[in-house]
Design a protein around this ligand. Structure first.
Ligand code: SF4
Length: 152
């Protein structure tokens, strides 16, 4: 049996976001959700590169319509899906999301009333800049917050 535990997690969301295109490109390029783990989502007949696109739209009011593709039954869908999934263009949600490069924080149950204070930050404040640099240099598929416990 293999059990994984988490003592830390990476801050995933920044309500204030950023206008720094270079930072957005780097966060996206390092994002394991979209580029390594294949953590995609489907909702309402659309395919999303990551579930965070839906949450960012809900929390910030940005449009999600350019960040998803309709699932259709035709001869061109497979090519469209591959183009979308492999595109080097970040979804707009990346301006607000630090999914796998956020600063590390202790894993605790956050009281609901503290949530806003937790996410009301800029992307620059929420990024673990050393980890971002490292993630772009070393393509490591592991989740660095995940601790492996093995039992026999
Ligand atoms: S929105 Fe977040 S999870 Fe989705 S691709 Fe951008 S950084 Fe990754």
């Amino acid at each position: 049996m293999t059990i994984f535990s988490y003592e830390q997690f990476r801050a995933p969301f920044s309500l204030k976001g950023t206008l720094d295109r270079g930072l957005i490109d780097r966060v996206y390029a390092a994002c394991k959700n979209a580029n390594v783990w294949g953590c995609h989502a489907i909702r309402g007949g659309y395919f999303y590169k990551c579930p965070q696109i839906m949450y960012a739209a809900k929390l910030t009011g940005i449009s999600e319509t350019t960040d998803r593709i309709p699932i259709v039954e035709n001869d061109t869908f497979q090519a469209a899906l591959l183009d979308y999934a492999n595109s080097s263009t970040p979804p707009s949600a990346c301006a607000f999301c630090t999914r796998t490069v956020g600063i590390q924080q202790p894993l605790t149950q956050l009281p609901r009333e503290h949530l806003l204070a937790q996410i009301e930050k800029s992307l620059e404040e929420n990024v673990d800049h050393d980890w971002l640099d490292r993630s772009l240099m070393i393509k490591d598929a592991r989740d660095d917050c995940k601790i492996l416990n093995r039992f026999k």
